[in-house]
Design a protein around this ligand. Structure first.
Ligand SMILES: [Zn+2]
Length: 247
């Protein structure tokens, strides 16, 4: 028997199917990633036309049949992120974040991923620095992958005093007593990493961070992902090219 299922989620990717349809994969909070067919949605007159593309966040009504491909019936749009879609820099970050969320979800099955992704995308939509928000999400997601860096105390002796630097190899803060020959990060970068880890994204009202600090955190996280996670980013090279344009 067919039932109508209602799920909240965001479209991660879409593929053309047949002459006029599309298959979309939706990241949801309760049902994981689900694939559905949006019949006839490539026809501009279809009510599904604008709501069956990647980056659509809404409530999806799905005609669910066991053992068959589910059919998208209707979408109640929460946010289409139309500001992001019109900006090459913002859309590049957003596509990277969809890719990141998909991979982290597949590894961790953490139900909080959707909520965290949406709160970051909403801030990018509202013109907050997309690099800072991307770094915050990348750092948070390390939690779900079980490899978050230690940012409350020295990773070796657990002292919260005299923190000297950060270390990818050690997995977090290093104090002056335990310091050997690790790279020295700026004091502001060390503090900012902890702030990124704990900040409530929805409450951010201003972002003004020096480029040098963003660069250090970005390098730290890129190395961290490469050393501790199996995640490979398809969109990373493209994002690098976009960052070159920004300079
Ligand atoms: Zn120590």
């Amino acid at each position: 028997m067919a039932v109508i299922k209602k799920v909240e989620g965001i479209v991660l990717n879409d593929f053309d199917y047949g002459e006029t349809s599309r298959i979309i994969n939706i990241l949801t909070s309760e049902d994981g990633i689900i694939g559905v067919i949006a019949k006839g949605c490539r026809n501009i007159k279809s009510p599904l036309c604008n709501v069956s593309q990647k980056l659509t966040y809404g409530t999806f009504y799905i005609y669910y049949k066991e053992d068959k491909l589910s059919i998208l019936k209707e979408v109640d749009l929460h946010n289409g992120f139309f500001n992001i879609r019109t900006d090459i820099v913002k859309i590049s970050y957003a596509l990277f974040l969809l890719d990141l969320a998909e991979q982290v979800y597949k590894e961790s099955k953490a139900p909080q991923i959707l909520k965290q992704l949406i709160s970051v995308l909403e801030k990018i939509e509202d013109d907050f620095d997309p690099l800072v928000l991307t770094l915050i999400l990348k750092l948070r997601f390390l939690n779900y992958l079980g490899v978050a860096p230690v940012v409350d105390s020295c990773v070796l002796c657990h002292s919260s005093q005299g923190i000297k630097t950060l270390s990818v190899k050690r997995g977090g803060y290093i104090c002056q007593h335990c310091y050997e020959d690790e790279v020295i990060y700026q004091a502001k970068t060390i503090k900012m990493l902890r702030m990124f880890y704990y900040v409530d994204v929805s409450k951010i009202s201003k972002v003004n961070i020096q480029i040098g600090i963003k660069k250090e955190i970005n390098e730290f996280l890129e190395q961290y992902y490469s050393d501790y996670t199996g995640i490979f980013f398809r969109s990373n090279d493209f994002l690098k090219k976009v960052r070159e344009l920004e300079k």
